[in-house]
Each structure stands twice: as C-alpha cells, then as structure tokens.
Design a protein around this ligand. Structure first.
Ligand code: NAP
Length: 245
C-alpha cells in the first residue's frame, strides 16, 4: 500500500523530524504549517532533493473549513491519505491558572483539542472502510504533562493533552473495525522551540536519562506506530521520555 502521511505542525520540531523520517521510510508526506511557510517549503525541498515525495499545506488545524480544505488538497496532490500525525500544538502561557485569561484558555484548547478532533474526524471520514476508504493510522501527539498536571506552569496545556489521551482511548476502539488504528505518543522534554532554553538546560540533567530528547527520537516512535510493524498496536500511549514517568 502506498503510504501518504499528513503531519500537522510539520514545519518545525517533532513534526519536521517526523516528516523527514516518514519520507525516508517511503511515505509521501504532507507538511502542514500555520505561519512558517519558509520552513515548511525548505523541508519539502530537502525531502524532494533526497528523492522523496512531499508537499506543504497551510492550515490552522483549529479551523474546520481550513482542515477540510487541507485534507482535500493533500488527497488531490498525493492521493488518499493513509496516515495522520496529529502533532500541531501550542503550550500557551506559563504560570498559574488564576492568571489565565478566557482568550488564552480558548486559544490552547482550540489548537490542542479542537484541532486534533477536527483532523481526526477528517481522517476517519476518508480512511474508514465504512466510508469506502482503505483504512489507515492516526498518531496523536500528547505529552507526559497529561498525567503530571504541570502545576504552576501549564495546567491548561496538561489538561489539553489529557483530552488528546482520551481521544485516542475512545477513537481507537470506535474505528478498530473500520481498518484504522489510533495511538498516542507522549513525548518527554524535547529540544524544540516549545520549551524555553532555560527549561531545557535546567531539566535535562535532572531527568532519568540525564538529558532531554531530540525530535528525531520522538519521530522514530511515531514512524513505528504508523508502520505495519505495529499492526496489533491500537489504543496505546507510548511514552518517549528517557525514563520520566
Ligand atoms: P514546536 O517546535 O513549537 O512546533 C509547533 C508546530 O505546530 C509548528 O510546526 C507550528 O507551525 C505548528 N502549529 C501550531 N499551531 C498550529 C495550528 N493552529 N495549526 C497548524 N499548525 C500549528 O513544537 P514541538 O515541540 O515540535 O511540539 C510538537 C508536538 O509535541 C506538540 O503537540 C507538543 O505539545 C508535543 N510535545 C512537545 C514536547 C517538547 O518538549 N517539545 C513535549 C511533549 C509534547 P508554524 O511553524 O507554522 O508556527
């Protein structure tokens, strides 16, 4: 089966690393971004130069019309989507809950929760054998914060990732007989633009592994879950954190 994989938030960090690894594994890759067209285009260029198939696609994953347009554009250019990596995410403000504004709360939930739901729904509608599709795989990128809770730093972010975990648990069972597997990858602290430089420097040595993760180390887990090697893995939450619980 030809693998056609859409990676939301593929322009940077974990998504970009996953896009490169997917292309190396033979997938045709759609690299979604919201604002960083240059980075997405550079990544697509690098994949093409290495002999791979890739396209970039702009869309805000928290916008229903843009999500549907993105899935249609990828299907038209690359073919029927067989894999979705629900990776686009934002951390939002750091600090205590009582300092959050209504708009800040809505912005994080919009990308991290609504965005994952809209993309998962769009994928299921196209992949499900009940809707004439050929099946597929969804990998939701969550975070260990979901069970750590992140007090004083990011309860909002943590709670949004708790929703992502529940999405995987329910959807994996709902669509198992539609030919679709759904799993979660829960990264630990990973060197991308999301954590502050100070957090990366201070926390790294305190982790069981003694260091933070690299985006490629998360991407490898995602690629495995997308592959047939994980054909009986469904509803799992794979923590990739260098030993942090
Ligand atoms: P990152 O480096 O900040 O990259 C975020 C990506 O998401 C960018 O490609 C960005 O696009 C895209 N994006 C943000 N909002 C979007 C929206 N509304 N629509 C479409 N794309 C959007 O983040 P990262 O660290 O790679 O994080 C990737 C995922 O891993 C996130 O879900 C994050 O919560 C999770 N995670 C990260 C860590 C960590 O320590 N880094 C730990 C646990 C979990 P632009 O480039 O266009 O802005």
């Amino acid at each position: 089966m030809k693998r056609i994989t859409l990676i939301t938030g593929g322009s940077r960090g974990i998504g970009a690393a996953t896009a490169k690894l997917s292309a190396k594994a033979g997938h045709a890759v759609a690299v979604n971004y919201i604002t960083n067209a240059d980075k997405a285009e550079a990544l697509v260029g690098a994949i093409r130069n290495a002999g791979g198939i890739a396209m970039s696609v702009q869309a805000d994953t928290g916008d229903e019309a843009q999500v549907e347009r993105m899935f249609d554009a990828v299907t038209t250019e690359l073919g029927p989507i067989s894999g979705l990596v629900n990776n686009a995410g934002v951390h939002g403000p750091r600090g205590r809950l009582e300092d959050l504004t209504n708009d800040e709360i809505q912005a994080v939930l919009r990308t991290n929760v609504l965005g994952c739901f809209l993309c998962a729904r769009a994928a299921v509608k196209r992949m499900s054998t009940k809707h004439g599709g050929s099946g597929g795989v969804i990998v939701n990128v969550s975070s260990g914060s979901a069970h750590l809770g992140a007090p004083n730093d990011g309860i909002l972010y943590a709670a949004s990732k708790g929703a992502v975990n529940s999405l995987t648990i329910g959807l994996s069972q709902e669509v198992a007989r539609d030919g679709i597997r759904v799993n979660t990858v829960a990264p630990g602290l990973t060197e991308t633009d999301m954590p502050s430089k100070e957090a990366l420097e201070q926390m790294g040595p305190q982790l069981p592994s003694g260091r933070v993760g690299q985006p490629e180390e998360i991407g490898e887990a995602i690629i495995w879950l997308l592959s047939d090697a994980a054909s009986y893995v469904n509803g799992a939450n794979l923590r990739v954190s260098g030993g942090r619980i």
